[in-house]
Design a protein around this ligand. Structure first.
Ligand code: FAD
Ligand code: PHB
Length: 389
């Protein structure tokens, strides 16, 4: 087989890229290790920046998102027995949207299928060959049969545990990582959200977040030790812990119910450099991870896709390789800023096991500064709604 761009990974990054390329008449084939149902069952991100919304619209898959997504003009921060609000629209003129990653992926799969785009599921043993030459190719097996696709470019959209990043030799690859000493226990429940907006809470018992997917689907998180197992947490224990960490008014009106999903995610900051090697380009979680505190995971994937899509368009439609050559540098500039914001927000809102009294005072002072300073609120809002592409 031959195509112009092989996309390894059928998560949001890979699907979005394939759909955008299709709009510009550039051919691609997506290789996905799992089944479609498996990809659709992963409950992950919930907040979309304007940049991501615009890309979805540009890819022709924005209709359901615009009809069913919830526009959020601000967010609540609760700490030290008080709650204050950061107004994104007042500070930046821009809101964010609540629309789950599962819905994004569903819309992209639907559009891809309708357009007759090629997605190969259940691929095994993907290997990227000759990425440093003008004639790369990718091999893989499905049900034991080996296949080969020759192509012009390979987009590595295969997440943190994929093969693309590791295809770049150790000698050219640098990795920067910070592992946080806690995780997030998250639940999804078919109950109305406790508030119209998200509540990020720093409490003496640890961080908690009240989020949502729609009017009858809530997403809640509590910071937990890395040694905890999901099975140790009954629904009752989760609700009890959440109530102890959020403001009293919220705890009093919290509607609880059976959880329909429960999982623990470790928190990590990670960046690999460079994000390209010859004709292989890394996008999304394949290249970088953020702790979820700033809601930047999916949104940073989107900015990579924006840069790569425009670079490929310039290559095929305008005969210029400027975008291709500058992809890594351009993408990393924005990624590091999102890494900084996610790291800052994680430090601001979590309790750390080795936090000294001085550290705690610094955290409280940072929160008070954010509460009292217009400038600090503008900086926070500017980052939360997403820095420009
Ligand atoms: P992925 O979604 O990881 O997709 C990669 C795809 O590649 C997968 O479908 C995988 O099956 C496939 N793949 C992997 N290896 C291969 C291979 N060798 N061959 C073929 N296919 C392969 N972000 C937020 O903003 N908010 C959150 O609350 C949040 N929660 C998260 C919870 C968890 C448990 C995780 C892991 C991430 C979370 N994120 C969150 C981050 C966000 O979901 C990711 O940033 C986003 O999914 C990145 O999309 P992606 O397409 O780059 O990678
Ligand atoms: C979510 O709704 O899953 C969510 C929202 C905001 C975050 C992280 C996760 O910062």
């Amino acid at each position: 087989m031959r195509t112009q761009v092989v996309i390894v990974g059928g998560g949001p990054s890979g699907l979005l890229l394939s759909q955008l390329l299709l709009k510009s008449g550039i051919e691609s084939i997506v290789l996905e290790r799992k089944t479609k149902d498996y990809v659709l069952s992963r409950i992950r991100a919930g907040i979309l920046e304007q940049g991501m919304l615009n890309l979805m619209r540009e890819a022709g898959v924005g209709d359901r998102m615009d009809a069913e997504g919830f526009v959020h003009d601000g967010t609540l921060i609760a700490a030290n027995n008080e709650t204050f609000r950061i107004d994104f629209v007042q500070r930046t003129g821009t809101p964010v949207m609540v629309y789950g990653q599962t819905e994004v992926t569903r819309d992209l799969y639907e559009a891809r299928e309708k357009a007759g785009g090629k997605i190969v599921f259940n691929t095994d043993g993907v290997v990227i060959h000759d990425a440093k030459t003008d004639a790369p190719y990718v091999t893989y097996t499905v049900d034991g049969t080996e296949h080969r696709i020759d192509c012009d470019f390979v987009a590595g959209c295969d997440g943190f545990h994929g093969v693309s990043r590791k295809t770049i030799p150790d000698s050219v690859r640098s990795e920067y990582e910070k592992i946080y000493p806690f995780g997030w226990l998250g639940v999804l429940s078919e109950t109305p959200p406790v508030d119209d907006e998200l509540i990020y809470a720093n409490s003496p018992r640890g961080f908690a977040l009240c989020s949502m997917r729609n009017a009858n689907l809530s997403r809640y998180y509590v910071q937990c030790p890395l040694t905890d197992h999901v099975d140790d947490w009954t629904d009752a224990a989760f609700w009890d812990e959440l109530k102890r960490r959020i403001p009293e008014e919220a705890a009093d009106k919290l509607i609880t119910g059976p959880t329909i999903e429960k999982s623990i995610a470790p928190l990590r900051s990670f960046v690999t450099e460079p994000m390209q090697w010859g004709r292989l380009f890394l996008c999304g979680d394949a290249a970088h991870i953020v702790p979820p505190t700033g809601a930047k995971g999916l949104n940073t994937a989107a900015s990579d896709i924006h840069y790569l899509y425009h670079a490929l368009k310039e290559h095929y439609l305008e005969g210029s390789d400027e975008g291709i050559d500058g992809y890594s540098q351009k993408a990393l500039l924005r990624i590091w800023k999102a890494e900084r914001f996610s790291w800052w927000m994680t430090n601001l809102l979590h309790r750390f096991p080795d936090q000294s009294d001085f550290d705690l005072k610094m955290q409280q002072a940072q929160i008070a500064f954010l509460r009292d300073s217009d400038a600090a609120q503008t900086v926070m809002a500017e980052n939360y709604v997403g820095l420009p592409y």
